[in-house]
Design a protein around this ligand. Structure first.
Ligand SMILES: N[C@@H](CCC[C@H](N)C(=O)O)C(=O)O
Length: 318
């Protein structure tokens, strides 16, 4: 009898503040990463489970990667990010850190050699290893220059503090929200206190008006005040929950944390801190608003498992 081996796919599971991903080393672009395959891998009952799927691919193999190489010839590796529902997203802040940890595991980057430049659909991102802030666990931390951010609503939105209305299940009235673009779309709304934050029902997607043409991620935030760092600078703190486009409620969102800090800083006005600690259900990340119009995200990245996925079993019935 001839035994024919089932086609398998070797994957790694990782997370950044519990925003979890299925990682795939496809450096030579041999895998047809269909939406159905992404949904299968991300499925928490019939698959591996994750909020998204991240593929490592050599930039030269994708048109978006070639664009990244034109921006930065050192961006050899491209982060092909997919949401759990199979949709393609421009960017994933927690994902970039986990991608960097995965490249280290694969021997494709050594943090001791200096920063990593990588391609994403939102442009090139740069990553370096950083010290873990005191009192925030002992995982390895990475800082990512997340590039330029902007408020799509412009000066009018800054003046009004809002450019959207957001209806969230579990909250009695619709709230004003501020749109923030950090390479992917976000709408941030402030809630009165932590009880209200807990009352929000994010099992259903918040309804945003006007309807964003490409969908949006939605962050609910409660500012927690400010404290003085040992160097005398001000550090802001806020708590956040998020409903991610293409996923649902997740335990963290790196681009969402950046958007949340940028919105709260905009609302606070002149003199507001440039550095924010953002508490999410899955941990804490740090957001720093840089003087050059960029924003930096720092936080942990953890690789927890590796497995060979039986593709026949995974895709049966899909
Ligand atoms: N969790 C990510 C964001 C992933 C993409 C997002 N759902 C979108 O569709 O824009 C992060 O950490 O930034």
């Amino acid at each position: 009898m001839t035994v024919v081996a089932a086609p398998t796919l070797h994957v790694t599971k990782g997370h950044g503040t519990q925003n979890d991903f299925v990682l795939l080393d496809d450096r030579d672009a041999r895998v047809e990463l269909s939406a159905a395959l992404v949904r299968g891998l991300a499925d928490r009952r019939a698959g591996v489970g994750g909020d998204g799927v991240i593929r490592v691919v050599a930039s030269e193999h994708l048109p978006e990667g070639v664009a990244a190489l034109a921006e930065e010839p050192a961006a050899h590796w491209f982060m092909d990010y997919r949401n759990g529902d199979g949709s393609v997203a421009e960017m994933c802040g927690n994902g970039v850190r986990v991608f960097a940890a995965y490249l280290e595991r694969l021997g494709l980057w050594d943090a001791a050699d200096g920063e990593l430049a990588l391609g994403t659909r939102a442009g090139v991102r740069r990553v370096r290893r950083v010290e873990v802030p005191a009192g925030i666990g002992d995982d390895v931390w990475y800082a990512v220059d997340m590039g330029r951010w902007h408020l799509p609503g412009g000066a009018d939105a800054v003046r009004a503090g809002a450019d959207a209305e957001v209806d969230v299940a579990g909250l009695e009235v619709a709230r004003a929200g501020l749109s923030v673009d950090v390479g992917n779309p976000h709408v941030v709304l402030a809630l009165g206190d932590e009880d209200e934050l807990a009352a929000a029902d994010l099992s259903r997607a918040p309804q945003v008006t006007p309807v964003p043409p490409n969908g949006t991620n939605v962050e609910l935030v409660v500012p927690l005040g400010e404290h003085e760092a040992p160097d005398g600078s001000l550090v802001g703190r806020l708590r956040m929950r998020v409903h991610e486009r293409g996923v649902g409620e997740t335990r963290s969102c790196g681009t969402g944390a950046c958007a949340a800090a940028l919105a709260v800083r905009t609302w606070a006005g002149v003199g507001a801190p440039d550095v924010w600690l953002v508490d999410v259900p899955g941990g804490t990340v740090r957001v720093s608003v840089l003087p050059d119009g960029h924003v930096e995200l720092a936080g942990p990245a953890v690789l927890v498992a590796a497995a060979d996925v039986d593709l026949t079993a995974l895709t049966a019935g899909r």
